[in-house]
Design a protein around this ligand. Structure first.
Ligand SMILES: C[S@@+](CC[C@H](N)C(=O)[O-])C[C@H]1O[C@@H](n2cnc3c(N)ncnc32)[C@H](O)[C@@H]1O
Length: 287
């Protein structure tokens, strides 16, 4: 069944159904969550598989693996994370999963739950319980899902520091603040000296430059739909470890130096110190 007409709406969001799959459209910006691919498949490939989530959950550790889901939306990324953890053999689990979702407008999840026949990933008790209690825990207490309602810009300081960040706000046009140098800088501070990796769908030159200026190391992420690349950010400690990521090198730096989109998001007019911060970034010193 192909329908592009909205089948329901609430607040600024509406649900459209394409190829038998429900999608959430932001009526203000026109942006559609997981617009091109099957949301569940994209969530799995871009966030779950790429982050090596199950490999990380097999590590013997008394501390939970803390995953930040930035922009809960209709919970495609969050449910892909939970379902991957649930699919593991109990004997293989070396540590708990603590998944923390951030969201400042729950209308999209409420809407999707209202027409869940189009959102197969919501066929689970967890999302409904997250909405009513801000928390869901599985039966053997190996998976915990928490909801932090409000602005990620401030809430991030109140959450346990992340090991993995699934960074999925709307684009720079809509969620400008979250893609700025200052925001990435704060994000790195919240990692608190940990070996943290951040995964995001964009491969924008200006976003990558903002991440570099903020102090992340930046690597190529996997392709998704029409995008030939996405982006992985590594905290300095993660970059020092055996990360098996393909860091951007001299070829990217050359393209950046010739690009019309050189300027990182969120820098102010006169201060050009960001240029030296990109060219002098440690990740380019050995290439
Ligand atoms: C692209 S959608 C996320 C899609 C979602 N990850 C999924 O898998 O369905 C972006 C989400 O980020 C939320 N958001 C945007 N800015 C935010 C902020 N400053 N704090 C918290 N949530 C925010 C939006 O309300 C929206 O639900």
């Amino acid at each position: 069944m192909n329908r592009e007409q909205p089948i329901s709406h609430a607040g600024r969001y509406e649900v459209v159904v394409r190829d038998g799959i429900g999608r959430i459209r932001d009526t203000v910006s026109g942006e559609v969550m997981h617009s091109v691919n099957d949301p569940a498949e994209e969530a799995h490939a871009l966030y779950v598989e790429q982050s090596r989530l199950t490999e990380r959950l097999r590590e013997q550790n008394t501390e939970p693996l803390v995953v930040w889901d930035v922009g809960l939306g209709a919970a495609a990324n969050a449910m892909a994370t939970i379902q991957a953890a649930e699919a593991m053999n109990v004997a293989d689990r070396g540590r708990r999963l603590l998944l923390i979702s951030f969201e400042n407008d729950l209308d999209s999840l409420k809407l999707a739950l209202g027409v869940r026949q189009w959102f197969k990933h919501l066929n689970h008790v967890a999302p409904e319980q997250l909405l009513t209690k801000d928390r869901w825990v599985n039966r053997d207490d190996s998976i915990e899902w928490r909801l932090l309602q409000g602005d990620f810009a401030t809430l991030k300081f109140a959450a346990p520091p992340p090991d993995l960040i699934f960074f999925d706000p709307f684009s720079f046009k809509t969620d400008s603040e979250l893609w700025s140098v200052a925001s990435f800088h704060e994000l790195l501070q919240t990692c608190n000296g940990r070996a943290t990796e951040l995964f995001t769908y964009t491969y924008s030159t200006a976003v990558r430059a903002a991440m570099l200026v903020a102090g992340f190391h930046v690597a190529k992420g996997c392709a998704t739909g029409p995008k030939t690349e996405t982006t992985i950010g590594l905290s300095p400690l993660a970059a020092r470890g055996n990360h098996r990521r393909e860091l951007l090198g001299a070829a990217w730096l050359l393209r950046w130096s010739r690009s019309g989109a050189q300027t990182p998001f969120g820098v102010s007019g006169d201060d050009e110190s960001w240029r030296a911060a990109v060219t002098g970034h440690p990740q380019f010193q050995s290439t």
